[in-house]
Ligand binder design. Structure first.
Ligand code: SF4
Ligand code: SF4
Length: 237
């Protein structure tokens, strides 16, 4: 093993890592899937969604922001952590308005796919049915805030990859919403369909117009395989 390589333990298995890698990055490379929603490999990690929380030497922490350290012991795929993740997914479903059978993103939606993977049949929490705005003013992009899970991927992508800062958050707690620039209308912003921010949404909130339903239901990535399968396929046999 080279000098900057070391090992740590995940669910009883030895995982190799390189200095500077986060726990989540090292696990991805080793074929161990840690659930995540706000993480995107092309964006700086934010640690917002708490889905990738694991127990690290007995304490909970976000693995997308915490560096791997030699000898640390990580618990990931446990009944306790997956039950907590399932509750987080349920909360995201009831805090928004998600009607999967009519949603363009169904079958390619990370929220829906995680619900399936974690065994969520139907939310056990009461629906809040919030009133949230859509924005269809842009010629090429449509926004439906009913499906927004406040992951901040679009905010980070717009700021760092596109250099535009089209998106932000307004309000706090359960009232928090995706905000569009200071003018508040998508067609008055510099957002373009080719921007990174238009292509990183994990759910069906930001949709590029005229791209909908090009891939029919039934043939979409998570119709074929559970979310995380691509990462688990890297695991040595
Ligand atoms: S964004 Fe995902 S979870 Fe929400 S309605 Fe669409 S497919 Fe369902
Ligand atoms: S619009 Fe999509 S990418 Fe942006 S915060 Fe909402 S869910 Fe995340």
């Amino acid at each position: 093993m080279s000098e900057d390589r070391f090992t740590f333990i995940v669910d009883g298995k030895k995982v190799e890592a390189t200095q500077g890698q986060t726990i989540l990055e090292a696990c991805d490379a080793a074929g161990i899937y840690i659930p995540r929603l706000c993480y995107h490999p092309d964006l700086e990690p934010a640690g917002h969604c708490r889905m990738c929380t694991c127990k690290i030497d007995g304490r909970r922490a976000s693995t997308c922001t915490m560096s791997a350290v030699a000898g640390m012991v990580v618990e990931n795929n446990t009944a306790e952590l997956n039950a907590d993740r399932r509750i987080l997914i349920e909360m995201l479903f009831v805090e928004g308005n998600h009607v999967c059978p009519s949603c363009e993103k169904s079958g390619d939606c990370e929220l829906q796919a995680l619900g399936y993977r974690l065994g969520m049949v139907a939310p056990t929490l009461p629906y809040l049915w919030p009133k949230r705005k859509i924005d269809a003013t842009h010629p090429d992009i449509f926004i439906d805030r009913n499906r927004c899970i406040l992951c901040s991927r679009c905010i980070r992508a717009s700021r760092t990859a596109d250099g535009k800062s089209v998106f932000g958050f307004e309000g706090r707690g359960i009232q928090m919403l995706l905000n569009i620039d200071t003018k508040g209308r998508l067609d008055e912003t510099a957002l373009q369909a080719a921007d990174k921010a238009a292509h990183v949404c994990p759910v069906g909130c930001i949709v590029v117009k005229r791209s909908a339903f090009h891939v029919p239901y039934g043939n979409r990535p998570f119709d074929e395989k559970p979310i995380g399968s691509d990462i688990e396929a890297r695991r040595p046999k």
